[in-house]
Ligand binder design. Structure first.
Ligand code: FES
Length: 106
């Protein structure tokens, strides 16, 4: 099972074992990680699952697709490494993934 580390804006870390195939957002919500509200339930329609992907993991997570990029335009404090965690599939290739939550989701 892929292990994902979520780091809140204040530096608090949460390490979660994701079920293979669920999204990084779903793993966070299932484990009650604060800062990932996921208001739309994973429909790429709210941007409340915004995370910053750690630099070491940007290649493994790939590029955001058109719909995700459109929704990210509505998020606060978007950066080059911003992603919507509902669009990241927690497969074995992402074992060890580190993401950080923005201040707006603190
Ligand atoms: Fe709404 Fe990701 S959960 S955009």
């Amino acid at each position: 099972m892929p292990r994902i580390t979520y780091i809140e804006f204040d530096g608090t870390e949460h390490v979660v074992e994701a079920n293979g195939g669920e999204s990084v957002m779903e793993a966070a919500v299932r484990n009650e990680v604060p800062g990932i509200d996921a208001d739309c339930g994973g429909g790429c329609a709210c941007a409340t699952c915004h995370v910053y992907v750690d630099a070491a993991w940007r290649a493994a997570t790939g590029e955001a697709q058109t719909m995700e990029l459109s929704m990210l335009k509505l998020a606060e404090a978007v950066a080059d490494n911003s992603r919507l965690s509902c669009q990241l599939v927690a497969n074995e290739a992402l074992d060890g993934l580190i993401v950080r939550m923005p201040e707006s989701q603190h």
